[in-house]
Design a protein around this ligand. Structure first.
Ligand code: ATP
Length: 213
């Protein structure tokens, strides 16, 4: 019997929003996978987050409470220096053994930038890649990546690693940048984020404080 896949969705989660949560949830259902959200400590490609790592974890914990299909994996926060996905996948592969399918979930926008990731070709040796279709984002792939993908396109995940599959998800055009901008403009971006963020004292404080008067 094939083992149940383990899938991870890495990101800054500054803050986690319904776009992330719904994408992770639908991937879990479509792949019949255990999905873990993996917050990045020092994202190599981006400016530093507004909220601290501890605070982004608090938001993730609040968002994930009350269900057990989606989990949280904070290993990148425990590492010093930049968090590279290839290292995270290698550590997970070590833990789960050689045969269990491992899937790296990425949005189409993030996927297009794959060739800028550290040791990106090794990613395919460690995991499958599940590309989450994201509205407004159908970027042309760099020829290097397009060549790699052409050899690996598949409809379903088979074996432990090496395939690229599209995972069509309900399009939710929600981005953390727009949420941070909304706070900056003094708005309340309700219903883009879990309601509990607005109910529990202090959870949104870094965004209000960073951008408020
Ligand atoms: P920012 O606006 O700060 O760039 P973001 O909302 O894109 O943030 P990230 O933490 O950078 O969120 O995203 C983590 C992962 O989740 C990436 O693979 C990204 O493509 C994916 N993702 C983010 N938002 C969505 C969405 N609305 N639908 C599907 N996937 C998403």
């Amino acid at each position: 019997m094939t083992e149940r896949p383990l899938a991870i969705l890495g990101g800054t989660f500054d803050p986690v929003h319904h776009g992330h949560l719904r994408a992770a949830w639908e991937a879990a259902e479509q792949l019949d996978a255990e999905v873990r959200l993996v917050p990045a400590h020092v994202p190599p490609h981006r400016p530093p987050p507004i909220a601290t790592a501890a605070h982004r974890v608090a938001l993730l914990r609040a968002a994930l409470a009350g269900q057990d299909r989606l989990g949280l994996d904070t290993r990148e926060l425990d590492r010093q220096g930049p968090s590279y996905t290839v290292d995270t996948l290698a550590a997970l592969r070590e833990e789960i053994g050689p045969s269990r399918p491992l899937v790296l979930l990425v949005g189409t926008d993030a996927f297009a930038h794959l060739p800028s990731w550290n040791r990106w070709r090794e990613l395919f040796e460690l995991a499958h890649i599940g590309v989450l279709t994201r509205p407004g984002s159908a970027p042309t792939l760099h020829w290097d990546l397009a060549t790699e993908v052409a050899k690996r396109r598949a409809c379903t995940v088979q074996g432990p690693a090496g395939d690229v599959i599209d995972i069509a998800i309900t399009p939710l055009d929600i981005a953390a940048t727009a949420i941070r901008d909304a706070f900056a403009a003094g708005k309340e971006p309700r219903y883009l984020l879990p309601g509990v963020f607005f109910e529990e004292e202090g959870l949104l404080a870094p965004y209000r404080k960073a951008t408020g008067p």
